[in-house]
Write a protein that binds this ligand. Structure first.
Ligand code: HEC
Ligand code: HEC
Ligand code: HEC
Length: 134
């Protein structure tokens, strides 16, 4: 009985620690830190605040070309669907959204060791035109 209970208990613990994190996090080594490659904008900004890591210009509304790109906006933006490629097509090309929102990892892929760890390379602004049709 006791042995059986112990086995059940260990199995439950194993399930918790081995499986649960992979459901919620996608850990990756990132400049000497272990971070979640599937992290939300807020997770990225917890370090990219100008103290721990480079401050990034981001924008939550009224964004201009000269300022930073908007994040935490619905994709595709409502009423402008015809100007943007469909989310399904993009997800097949490696662009990710979180709950239908455009986030940091829509443009960045922390698994990509290349310059600026972009989801799609910037050659001829390919990254931009992946989403923007016009
Ligand atoms: C635990 C802290 C931490 C977190 C969380 C974090 N970063 Fe970083 N990141 C760093 C550090 C440190 C560097 C390297 C030095 C610097 O840029 O200040 C860096 C560099 C980068 C670079 C520059 C890469 C290059 O080649 O120039 C990008 C892009 C980046 N991070 C994106 C992200 C994104 C997107 C997220 C969220 C998914 C994220 N980071 C989360 C700490 C973090
Ligand atoms: C629309 C696409 C896009 C979004 C959204 C985006 N980035 Fe970037 N990011 C880029 C590109 C492209 C670069 C390369 C530098 C450049 O051309 O400005 C870059 C550069 C960076 C760098 C390197 C900056 C440097 O000066 O070395 C960091 C760090 C970074 N981004 C983090 C983030 C974080 C964190 C977020 C979310 C708040 C984010 N990015 C959102 C496209 C994006
Ligand atoms: C993952 C898809 C995606 C990528 C990649 C992307 N954009 Fe965007 N872009 C959007 C969305 C969504 C908006 C918000 C449109 C809205 O809400 O009206 C936007 C808005 C903009 C705006 C207008 C800002 C505003 O608030 O009206 C500019 C300028 C822009 N993007 C330039 C770029 C450039 C330059 C790149 C390449 C570095 C790029 N975008 C890459 C999806 C993307």
């Amino acid at each position: 009985m006791v042995v059986r209970a112990l086995v059940v208990c260990l199995a439950a613990l194993w399930a918790m620690f081995s499986r649960a994190p992979s459901l919620y996090a996608e850990t990756v080594s990132h400049f000497g830190q272990v971070v979640d490659a599937a992290g939300a904008t807020e997770d990225c900004l917890s370090c990219h605040d100008g103290q721990i890591a480079t401050d990034v210009g981001y924008c939550l509304g009224g964004c201009a070309l000269s300022s930073a790109h908007p994040v935490n906006r619905p994709y595709p933006p409502r009423g402008k669907e015809q100007s943007f490629r469909s989310a399904d097509e993009l997800e097949g090309a490696g662009i990710r959204f979180i709950n239908g929102m455009m986030v940091c990892i829509s443009c960045h892929d922390l698994h990509n060791p290349g310059r600026h760890q972009l989801a799609i390379e910037m050659k001829e602004s390919r990254l931009c035109f992946a989403c923007h049709l016009k």
